[in-house]
Design a protein around this ligand. Structure first.
Ligand code: DOR
Length: 447
């Protein structure tokens, strides 16, 4: 491949001989040159002097994976996780950027709260970082301003209560949120009145098998119907997170002009009742893992293009917390370190193409949230790059997880396809399972 631009005279790093995924999805055996924190050239670079060479022969060179939904628990819940440990897991799992959720303690509701998180991330987070601002009755009027805070990935609204106290369950308040601002609002769509009405099901269940019964299909569908109606009424686009049901997918397919759609690897990989038999509360999350029928519909939606994006919803809780009897056990699964290998395994199994995966996990955050300069291997973009060995096999263990919580629902599972190097803004952060870089915790930029 001819080099572009053709006037590049020196490089800091050159990644040679890998199968490079170009923005159109073509895989081309070529080189990628880096100067400072940017991609400086793509093409045959063997005649350009470089300070460092990374031999990528036999590897895929992909845009750095972006996890647009993680809960890293800092401040206030850092016995479960923090920005250092959570992002260490991220780079070990091939993730170069995270968007972090606002249900910390305190919840992220002001510009000061956002700045506090950026300060904490600086020189402690191994990835690039962005933070969501939480929607609440008390900050509705300021959201149009807050969503433009530098590095803010947008507004997150919980329609149903989950971990933490963030909740906007009334249509009039949700409408007020949608009327304040312009960016896509990320939505947790579960219907709070139905959750309250049916809580007795969880209380009588005696085990996490009751979780998908309590938080049933209708609970998810009602909320998704409500948010689509409000998005239409206010002409404000929304991004519905972690969709779990065939019923919602059918509806969302008809409303692509109103909502972009996210799915999670957990919902594409685990199914009820098997996951609850095997994992108990370690499979408990909101919205819940459902039966095979729904999982099949999610895969169809992924491949039909109804789904726009993917995130891990990394939501760590300690083993002691998870061991509490259901429903006192908290909801949430770890996932930032396992998401990319799990999905590469699905690619190898023929369930989706590598191009589709890169679209969902790299390009999507630009489309959905307006992320700048990331998500594609393009000259001038940030040098966030993940090297992947599509043939490597790996068995997940609890012990290898960097998360403070120390567990993964995928312990013992063997996958084929594994990230072997993670570069963040030109710095090699992980190589062959070892974190070797210095955390910078750079703030993302948005349009
Ligand atoms: O299962 C979940 N856990 N779903 C959420 O919406 C929140 C998350 C958490 O923060 O624990």
């Amino acid at each position: 491949m001819t080099i572009w631009p053709n006037d590049v005279t020196h490089l800091d790093t050159v990644i040679t001989g890998g199968q490079v995924m170009l923005p159109g999805g073509d895989l081309v055996t070529t080189d990628v040159g880096i100067v400072g924190h940017q991609i400086a050239a793509i093409g045959d670079l063997k005649n350009v002097p470089a300070k460092h060479t990374i031999d990528a022969t036999g590897l895929h060179v992909l845009p750095g994976f972006i996890d647009s939904q993680v809960h890293l628990r800092e401040p206030g819940l850092d016995h479960k996780e923090d920005l250092h440990t959570g992002t260490k897991g991220a780079v070990l799992g091939g993730v170069t950027t995270v968007f972090e959720m606002p249900n910390t303690k305190p919840a992220t509701l002001t510009g000061q709260d956002l700045e506090d998180k950026f300060t904490r991330a600086k020189n402690r987070a191994f990835t690039n970082v962005a933070f969501f601002i939480g929607a609440a009755a008390e900050n509705v009027e300021s959201l149009g301003h807050l969503e433009n805070h530098p590095g803010c990935s947008g507004v997150k609204l919980f329609m149903g209560s989950s971990t933490g106290g963030l909740l906007v369950d009334r249509d009039d308040t949700i409408e007020a949120v949608l009327r304040n601002g312009r960016r896509r609002v990320a939505i947790h769509a579960e219907d709070e009145p139905r959750l309250i009405e049916r809580k007795h099901i969880a209380e009588a269940a005696g085990s996490a098998h009751g979780h998908p019964e309590w938080r049933d299909v209708e609970t998810a569908l009602r909320a998704t119907q409500r948010i689509l109606a409000l998005a239409d009424k206010t002409k404000r686009p929304v991004h519905v997170l972690h969709i779990t049901t065939a019923d919602e997918m059918a509806l969302l397919a008809k409303n692509k002009h109103l909502a972009t759609v996210e799915v999670l690897p957990q919902h594409l990989t685990l199914a009820s009742p098997e996951c609850y038999d095997r994992l108990g509360s370690y499979a408990q999350m909101n919205p819940p893992i459902r039966e095979q029928r729904h999982q099949g519909a999610l895969w169809q939606a992924v491949n039909a293009g109804v789904v726009d994006a993917m995130g891990s919803d990394h939501a760590p809780h300690t083993k002691e917390e998870k061991a509490k009897p259901y429903p006192q056990s908290p909801s949430g699964l770890t996932g930032v370190q396992t998401m990319v290998p799990l999905m590469l395994n699905h690619v190898n199994a023929g369930r989706l193409s590598l191009q589709r995966l890169v679209d969902l996990l790299c390009a999507a955050p630009q489309r959905v949230h307006g992320l700048k300069n990331k998500g594609r291997l393009v000259v001038g973009y940030d040098a966030d790059i993940t090297l992947v060995d599509m043939k490597a096999t790996h068995t997940f263990t609890h012990a290898e997880m960097a998360t403070k919580s120390g567990w993964t629902p995928f312990d013992g599972m063997t996958v084929t396809g594994f990230p072997v190097a993670t570069m963040v803004r030109g710095q090699l952060m992980m190589r062959d399972g070892e974190v070797i870089g210095t955390p910078e915790g750079e703030r993302c930029q948005f349009w």
